[in-house]
Design a protein around this ligand. Sequence first.
Ligand code: FE2
Length: 430
Amino acid sequence: MLDLLVTDVRTPDGREVDIGVVGDRVVALGAVSRQAAEQARRVVQGGGLLVSPPFVDAHFHLDAALTLGRPRLNASGTLLEGIALWAEQKPSLTEEDIAARALRLIAWAAARGTLAMRSHVDTCDPALRAARALVEVRRRVAPFFDLQLVAFPQDGYLRHPRGVELLSEALDLGVDVVGGIPHFERTAQAGRESVERLCRLAADRGLRVDMHCDENDDPQSRHVEVLAEQAVRFGLQGRVTASHVTSLHSAPNDYAFKLLPLLAEAGVHVVANPLINITLQGRQDSYPKRRGMTRAPELMAAGVNVSFGHDCVMDPWYALGSADLLEVAHMGLHVAQLTSLAGMRACFDAVTVNPARALGLEGWALAEGGRADFVLLHARDPVEALRLRAARRLVVSRGRVVAEGPAPAMLLTLPGEAPRAVDFLGDAGR
Ligand code: FE2
């Protein structure tokens, strides 16, 4: 007997299916018999809506989320003022406060269909409060949410007086991934050394790597090429992610087009963070102002796996955000001008299957026999989901409905007319 049956839904590639769930598994993906439908414990009428693999946030900072205004707002809007504000409030943080904010943020994310996240954890705190708090949060949410943690030396692996030992201690506590911030080390040479040492550490411990890399507007910032080189050197192909890489926006074309195949060859995943990159980058420009987001279309064309992450929600770097990866993908589409049909589809993949690959999550596509994790969206295909930043009708994690909402038709009342429902699924072009 089916525990859950969702009828008449469309997959991102356009297949019309019913989804039958028993326990935490999809047991049927296709037409379900009338008898099975009648006996199902719960039936949800899909009405032709889009069913998608859950969203995956490839880049976030849970420890800083929801601290907006502590100790004051970021007046310059720059990355560096954000880092300074974060450093000011760090000594006053408690594990309880970090955990409470992280759990709240994860609840927001899950309600919007995100069921996996990679969060960086600042390790430049002698008490490692964020690492301790988030390892416990990871355990608490594990029944419905895949949380990966990255040991992130915010104040510099080599620049912070205890950066090296604290990062290793965080890994000993159970943090999953080795992070870094080479462009924030004191010199380019120190940045290179940090990349080499951190890749060696990851290889020795059998861990993945995810570094904030070249997050600036400097056309000469070249740490990502070192990361690709070291990925190959230590046999880490496919296990290394370069986050942000905004300098590539400003790099000369000659250099950029030499670099792209090197990243593909080394199997380096790239994560852009459109909401944050479009607000933090180009701050020292007059006009024209650079957008600053990395070269997403060119990376994709070169065969690099590109994802879009949320990065921040209401923290010292970004006052907005709602834990909605459709908002992130919508911004990424605009900033990167990925407006072709293939480009728009690629933006949807950049918040679903691509980040699942970067995180090494198995079986993220909806499949018979696979884990019953999916999102039903009030849209008929991925492009419509992006256009509408579609309402989430149903979020299912391991066979359990963890969030559901009504169809977003609204009642419009105009002078002299009877009220009528307005549904934003228009018929144009269909
Ligand atoms: Fe970040």
